[in-house]
Ligand binder design. Sequence first.
Ligand code: TMP
Length: 208
Amino acid sequence: MTGRFIALEGGEGVGKSTQGRLLAEALRARGLEVVTTREPGGTAGAEAIRAMLLSTEGDGWGARAEALLFAAARADHVEKLIRPAVARGAWVVCDRFVDSSRAYQGGGSGLSDDEVMALHRIGSEGLLPDVTVLLTVAPEVSAARLALRDGDTADRIGGRGAAYHARVAAAFRGFAEAEPKRFAVVDAEGAPEEVHARIIAALIGVLP
Ligand code: TMP
């Protein structure tokens, strides 16, 4: 039996990594092999690209170069880790995937969705998650969580202004509305265990 590919998406400070851990534990408790991973990253090559993308040294990347680098990191990750894991029956829980490129490099930075998806077709043969869990919180909640997490050490993309992150959040909401079958939108406010229970409820049709 092939596995499943679940992506967690959302803006900064919505609790994706905590929820990824809790979801992986819940899936393992059901006897499944689970691979947890993240983007940009997940393989040695993609982690090297991550360091280039998020570093605050140098003069940064234009939107197009940035989109190409994310697509290149994703291509390595999909080919070497995600596709082989799903093919052998594992469940992959990935912290961010292509919808982050659509929301940040698209909605935030102004590339068209067609451009972002063209890069994804070339890089990763258009692979999409079986389910994309979109975690949403009010902007002031994510700002407060981020201040706790990052203090004044935000990375190059996380540190972009409130207007940028508002465009990102609006883009994510639009994708979920356009593709309700692939997306599960989950309110990420409240205690981590409460949010986890909402995610499990949203995945009920997918879980074994
Ligand atoms: P992280 O903070 O969730 O680890 O993600 C790193 C940053 O990279 C975050 O600000 C979102 C951004 N990002 C993009 O801009 N495009 C992408 O395709 C991905 C995967 C992440």
